[in-house]
Design a protein around this ligand. Structure first.
Ligand code: AMP
Ligand code: MG
Length: 275
């Protein structure tokens, strides 16, 4: 058993910068034999399920997972294959798309605040407030001085959320430019996957380097001890699922949720249950 996968995948800022380009999207840190990932899956699912049940039973704290990544990086797949094995009653999944007219009338964190998980819940953001410093930066959808202010606003917001007993884990699924091409090609060629294909993804692909740089800036500016970024190499889908599951297990173990111990007069109650 490797020590902590989180220590291998946590984004580290060196000389004031984090560079996404320095992370190999095809690597499998912590796993010497990537095939092992599949073998570990049932064990991880059972562990995660139990930890999540404790968080729910304890009903004091929440876990928020922020999932980001380029188109086809596997955000949906991760939700299906990792989050899909949790108890759906205590999971809240929110995809963030282009803001609606109503959302646009408010600050960029408004729609995010409304979807924060309550006590006991595991919240998943499929995209998030980071879009407002990623796609918005790449396409100049807001003035640069507005975007520049957002990093601090995000840090302050996340600090506030954390102080309200919600643990934040931010995960960037990192694929290569070539792997994205493979996945888009696969979507185009497979009639069962064509529904996922959007020509817009080809347009966005032209901005690959700008996105990589926007991610590097966001991770540099918003990697806090209280809300760390993990960069998961995601060319290998089995590794990606394995690594995300491990990050969640390690985080939940550290949170160490406890079943509440109601003061029950068990003998008396058992007696009442007699036929
Ligand atoms: P998908 O996740 O593939 O369904 O696509 C959602 C789209 O919404 C992506 O192209 C995102 O970049 C876009 N999106 C999400 N949040 C924002 C935002 N705040 N501003 C502009 N576009 C956004
Ligand atoms: Mg898409």
């Amino acid at each position: 058993m490797p020590k902590q996968i989180r220590d291998l995948l946590r984004a580290e800022v060196h000389d004031g910068r984090f560079r996404l380009a320095e992370v190999d999207p095809a690597a499998t840190p912590g796993l010497k034999k990537p095939k092992r990932a599949l073998k570990d899956v049932p064990k991880h699912q059972a562990t995660l399920f139990k930890l999540q049940e404790k968080l729910y039973a304890e009903h004091k704290r929440a876990l928020l997972i922020v999932l980001q990544g380029m188109d086809t990086s596997g955000k949906d797949g991760t939700i299906t294959h990792v989050i899909g094995h949790l108890n759906p009653q205590s999971v809240q999944i929110t995809p963030f798309k282009q803001p609606t007219p109503e959302e646009r009338r408010h600050g960029f964190l408004w729609r995010i605040r409304r979807r924060l998980p309550d006590a006991g819940i595991v919240g998943i953001f499929n995209r998030s407030h980071y879009e407002d410093v990623l796609v918005v930066r790449v396409h100049d959808l807001a003035p640069l001085n507005v975007i520049e202010r957002r990093y601090d606003l995000i840090n302050r917001f996340e600090k506030q959320v954390t102080s309200q007993r919600t643990k934040i884990v931010k995960i960037c699924l990192h694929i290569s430019y070539d792997e994205q091409r493979n996945r888009l090609t696969e979507r185009l060629k497979d009639p069962d996957k064509q529904w996922k294909f959007s020509e817009h993804d080809i347009d966005e692909r032209a901005y690959w380097d700008d996105y990589q740089s926007a991610y590097s800036i966001a991770i540099t500016r918003c990697s806090m001890k209280y809300a760390p970024w993990y960069v998961v190499p995601a060319n290998n889908k089995d590794y990606r699922n394995w690594a995300v599951a491990r990050i969640l297990i390690e985080t939940l173990k550290e949170m160490n949720p406890q079943y509440p111990h109601p003061r029950l007069d068990v003998p008396r109650l058992l007696k009442r249950l007699q036929p």
